[in-house]
Design a protein around this ligand. Structure first.
Ligand code: PLP
Length: 390
């Protein structure tokens, strides 16, 4: 075998052989929005998408099929939404009710629609901190009251939350599971604690499980609604293929409304109120969920290698920066407080040519931290961390 054939046999999807100049020439936000020598901020992957997806999209282009799709009749859900329930059953042992599945344009639309329908301005919304910033913006822009659950010494502080809910209540709890930016996978006892607190204080749960497919070896994703009938009846699950299959620009997501109130709200909306699913996004998701398994396994292999190598790379190049190895996702949370770089170390790393997400973006507990996106080849990750040294 030639070297090229050997290397493509070991790396059939080209995940390990990324060319940094080709990455820098990419036209998306990751490499253009804030041009840098190394870009490891927004949650897009550097990897080429699964060939099954590009083949399916190419077929739409080759056949010139850009008209209204055949599945667009009133009351229909898209083929991607139809696949959602069997896929959850196969992958996570959860049997969602297919009649409660709704197409969305994106996951945050589902979060905001649920906050809008199930709470009023001034109501409390529970959120784990640090938090994926669009959840913080949702609470702020929709005039809800943030009820934080803080990460302390390697765990979320549910005792303080319980006391706070007893005092002031909340209508909704946004659970990001697996968690962005901590990469934390909630084990069953933690999920049971969340469910028990939510039930006692009558709080509806929004479970954003968009990172579930990126759960690393040694960890299991347990859908929140799998815990039991009572939990399922107060849970609205939102997810999409966009993180695990790198399709964020295409715009499609799905909601399972276990909550009767939310299901009724979604079914009573006037037609077209939430728009209609994007044809290309649905085609790509169907390809991802039916034929993308080998690619996803290969991506998980590279991400697993990267997450385990990261602490050593940091120790070598940025001693004092401490990384929480993610249990899931391709986002790693790095504590830089010992480096004496001030409240916003991302600013210093930017001056050194490396674009990372500033920890403060994820709420006040994120000060002195950065989030690194490790969804790139091991070589590009190594060069990124080396450049952080300045
Ligand atoms: C937890 C979480 N939810 C939602 C999203 C965005 O999803 P969408 O683009 O479908 O709104 C992201 C993107 O990084 C995310 O990390």
């Amino acid at each position: 075998m030639t070297d090229a054939a050997l290397s493509s046999a070991g790396d059939p999807f080209g995940l390990r052989s990324l060319d940094i100049d080709e990455l820098r020439a990419k036209r998306g936000a990751k490499w253009q929005f804030r041009p840098a020598a190394y870009s490891a901020w927004v949650a897009d992957m550097d990897f080429p998408v699964a060939p099954a997806i590009t083949d399916a999209l190419r077929e739409v282009v080759d056949r010139n099929e850009f008209g209204y799709p055949a599945w667009g009749a009133p009351g229909d859900v898209s083929p991607a939404a139809t696949l959602f329930a069997p896929r959850m059953a196969e992958r996570f042992g959860w049997d969602p009710d297919p009649t409660r599945v709704h197409d969305l344009v994106d996951v945050i639309q589902g979060v905001r629609a649920t906050v809008h329908h199930l709470s009023e301005p001034g109501d409390g919304v529970v959120l784990h901190l640090p938090s994926y910033h669009p959840f913080l913006h949702t609470i702020d822009e929709m005039d809800r009251r943030l009820v934080p659950v803080e990460w302390r010494d390697g765990a979320f502080d549910y005792d303080t939350l319980d006391a706070e809910l007893a005092a002031s209540g909340a209508a909704v709890w946004i659970v990001c599971h697996p968690h962005n930016p901590l990469g934390h996978v909630m084990r069953r006892p933690e999920l049971e604690r969340i469910a028990e607190i939510a039930e006692r204080h009558d709080v509806v749960l929004i479970s954003d499980e968009i990172h579930a497919d990126l759960t690393m070896p040694g960890h299991d994703h347990v859908p929140l609604a799998l815990l039991g009938e009572d939990v399922a009846a107060r849970t609205v699950t939102v997810t999409s293929a966009s993180k695990a299959f790198n399709l964020a620009g295409l715009r499609w997501a799905v909601m399972h409304a276990g909550s009767d109130r939310m299901h009724e709200a979604m079914t009573s909306l006037p037609g077209h109120y939430l728009g209609a699913p994007n044809l290309m996004a649905v085609v790509a998701t169907v390809a991802a969920w039916t034929e993308g398994g080998a690619w996803l396994d290969a991506v998980l292999g590279v991400l697993d290698e990267n997450r385990l190598a990261l602490p050593g790379m940091l120790a070598e190049h940025v001693p004092g920066a401490v990384c929480k190895v993610p249990d899931a996702t391709y986002l790693a949370w790095v504590d830089c407080r010992a480096l004496d770089l001030g409240g916003n170390p991302a600013k210093v790393f930017r001056e050194r040519g490396v674009e990372l997400s500033p920890g403060s973006q994820f709420g006040p507990p994120g000060e002195g931290h950065v989030r690194i996106n490790i969804a790139t080849s091991p070589a590009v990750l190594a060069a990124t961390v080396a450049a952080m040294a300045g």
